[in-house]
Design a protein around this ligand. Structure first.
Ligand SMILES: [Zn+2]
Length: 450
């Protein structure tokens, strides 16, 4: 067995691992790099292995940092299947074309305003490319082992985090390897706790919060206080959010706060052309969550959905208190950028970040107190109150990852990935000292053979 780390080493983005067993070659996740420029530039570099030689992509979940390179891989010659849970297939069918559309839109905007250093600015792939790549997706059941022609056995186990998210275990003859994928929280209000997969010789575990323990405060109270403070000032609450997962949790909390009369009944907008489709998927798979269908429906009905660009622009002209949820969650792109230009400069308003902020993203800069940010080639002031609601994160903290690991039998080796170096290294140390297992943080492009 050979494993090559093609991404998500010493960073949380660009998840891609190549595994070779016998004659079989599979890619676990196929994500985009985000954040610091030297990482983003890797999206444009030639793929380190010829895509036509990869038999299958095994996708842990639909987030773009795990799936967003698939259209480019297909465009460059990948001919195999993309294996994923049904919910991941359903979400990818919305998110990948949206990612293509956004890239086309951003390239066109950059060319129109001439702020890109690249002339002309090009999308990594188009909406069309993304739609074509969906033909390669095949849905698989969770908790059931299935076998590829090559003899490779694959098992998906629910991992919490977002709808459809799974850990993946591969076995070929006597060798086995387990990828945690992104692990969810044990007590998330919407998603169930990650389940325990079967043990394996090699374990590759995520470490987004490898050096952190989530605060014990109730995120609902924190969210209520920020909303109330902002509304009292006559301000607007902006929430950059992934359209999938975090948006539903936020809407669930906002719905609860309104029901209990703990916040004013201000308008709530979910500004995403794909929001209503995501809501449909959310209801279709509501049984995977902790919510009843009635609750799921109420959550989806909490916000007015903003579809067109005209409506989105119109929001920027509104002046009375409201809550606007828009992608992307780290303000790296999407409609939130236009709202930040309109609202971040006013101290009455607030901007709430509700998940992990990758180093180098606008979200990371704002959380760390930047008083201006660059959007579309120009500097924009930040005077609004910026709040980091990390307790809303969809990722397990270090204790929760240790709990998940602690239920496995001792592996031969653990690789700690999907974390910035201080987080990955802290988790590595903890695995070695408390579990007594061999653990290592791999280097990018490193190949390990067993
Ligand atoms: Zn994720």
């Amino acid at each position: 067995m050979k494993i090559k780390f093609l991404g998500a080493t010493q960073t949380v983005t660009g998840s891609r691992y190549l595994v070779e067993f016998g004659t079989s070659r599979v890619l676990i996740d196929c994500g985009l790099f985000q954040g610091y420029k030297n990482f983003r530039e890797k999206n444009w570099a030639p793929f380190p292995v010829d895509p036509s030689t990869i038999d299958a992509v095994i996708l842990t979940h639909a987030h773009i940092d795990h799936s967003g390179y698939i259209p480019r891989l297909v465009k460059n010659g990948f001919k195999g299947d993309v294996l994923a849970t049904q919910a991941t297939c359903d979400l990818s069918a919305i998110m990948l074309p949206d990612a293509g559309y956004l890239q086309e839109e951003e390239a066109a905007y950059a060319n129109r305003k001439r702020f890109s250093k690249h002339k002309p600015a090009l999308p990594l792939y188009t909406e069309d490319d993304a739609v074509k790549s969906l033909e390669r997706f095949r849905a698989v059941d969770v908790r059931k082992t299935f076998r590829l022609e090559s003899g490779l056995e694959i098992t998906f186990t629910p991992a919490g985090h977002i709808l459809g998210a799974a850990s993946v275990r591969l076995q070929y003859e006597n060798d086995s390897i387990l990828f945690s994928g992104d692990l969810g929280r044990v007590n998330d209000a919407v998603m169930r706790a990650p389940e325990s997969p079967e043990s394996a010789d090699i374990v590759v575990v995520e470490s987004t919060y490898g050096n952190k323990r989530h605060a014990l405060i109730n995120p609902l109270d924190e969210l209520r206080d920020v909303i109330n403070r902002t509304v009292e000032r006559g301000g607007i609450v902006l929430i950059p959010s992934f359209a999938v997962g975090r948006a539903q949790l936020l809407l669930y909390y906002i719905h609860q706060l309104k029901e209990r009369g703990e916040i004013a009944d201000v308008p709530v907008y979910l500004n995403s052309p794909m929001a209503s489709k995501v809501n449909d998927v959310f209801m279709k798979h509501a049984r995977e969550t902790r919510l009843s269908l009635v609750e799921a429906r109420a959550v989806c009905g909490t916000a007015r959905i903003v579809r067109s660009q005209e409506e989105s622009i119109h929001i920027n002209e509104l002046t009375s208190p409201m809550i606007v949820v828009a992608a992307s969650g780290m303000a790296t792109g999407g409609r939130i950028l236009h709202h930040l230009k309109a609202f971040a400069g006013d101290p009455k308003n607030s901007v709430i970040f509700a998940g992990f902020q990758v180093g180098g993203t606008r979200g990371d800069l704002m959380v760390r107190g930047a008083d201006e940010i660059k959007i579309h080639g120009q500097m924009w002031p930040v005077r609004a109150e910026v709040v980091d609601l990390e307790s809303l994160s969809a990722h397990a903290d270090a204790d929760e990852v240790m709990q998940w690991l602690g239920r496995l039998k001792t592996p031969k080796q653990v690789f700690v990935t999907h974390g910035e170096l201080p987080a990955s290294d802290a988790l590595r140390l903890r695995i070695e000292s408390t579990l007594g297992w061999r653990a290592r943080v791999p280097d990018l492009l490193e190949t390990v053979e067993f």
